[in-house]
Design a protein around this ligand. Sequence first.
Ligand code: HSE
Length: 402
Amino acid sequence: MIKTAIMGFGTVGSGVYEIIRDMTSADAAGDEIEVKYILDIRDFDNEEIKPLLTKNFDDILNDNDVKIAAEVMGGLHPAYEFTKQLLEQGKSVVTSNKELVATYGPELLEIAKKNNAMYLFEASVGGGIPIIRPMTVCTKANDIMAVAGILNGTTNFILNEMFTKGKDFTEALSDAQAKGYAEKNPAADVEGHDACRKLAILASMAWGKYVNYNDIPTCGITDITSRDVAYAEKMSSVIKLIGYAKMNEEGKIYASVSPMIVSEENILSDVNGVFNAVMIHGNYLGDAVFYGKGAGKLPTASAVVADILDCSRHIDVKKHNILWECSDENIIADSNEQTLTFLVRCTDSCENIENIFDEVEFVSLFNDETAFVIRNVKRGKLNAGLEKINGVIHALGVLDFI
Ligand code: HSE
């Protein structure tokens, strides 16, 4: 029986405990792993877990019986210090902590390798959806050309409620928080930072080079209103918060997180509620889509437990098939060079707009504003033109996967 520790008894941590406790069938490794400690600074009135609770990280670090720890605390500190110390002791660590993986992934993966431990993070992207392991193993014969995904359950839930129930943003966010989808600080969800970290992890997986999330242009959904919903509907589309990354001809990566107009013909338009989906395009595989619950206690915890089982089955011979090369050079391409189609909303006149841009298609919906679609324009050129236009509300990109 392999002993494990759960560090953090929040939404995901309590789910990890329950799944391990309830695993009964031999196939699900019922007698393979056992929780020896639960680390949390809080007190809990739960008799069942009381014997396992500790507030002292050293209990886990110094216990030779503990071979695997699940870091489900969230945040950078002390999660980073705890993970590093455990890996240095040769203990494997699994995590759902996308912020930690996106920030310290290269270093922690190196430390794991050096100390014959494993550092796994299936739950860090897409909650319960298997995506890290397929990208590590199953798609390895391919060159990945592009990745696009709905990577945040909270914002997808909010946008879906706005589209289908006409709810306003604040009401839909409260519902997402009540369902346990949102981050402790939901600004990380609605401003796109959570999706950005997940995109950085996916891009690092896709191209084997560390993509720093600070280099990815990111815009959240806080400016999306019922008028945007109306324009999208008129274009037979929906709006989704899309994380997008594509390798260009110079070997640099166009990457962005932003609300985008997604045509009803695109499979991502049907990803609703808390569901996430990741599309990848491989040179041999073509398009593949990974779909499932991107947030929530048990879906996310199931991915954490799967990583624990993977570690327990490699206690003697560790696998080290994820390493991210770090380079001083910025591998993110200049987004001004990226060509996209945009929907622009502003209060300027059609004449002025036609003087500035060669070809635009007007979308007529509201008397007090002007909206137009401009096709296949470089983002830099669009932005330069928008500086000459009055009352720009915003420009939304239209998703064109590859
Ligand atoms: N707040 C995140 C989301 C949780 O809504 O997707 C899962 O990472």
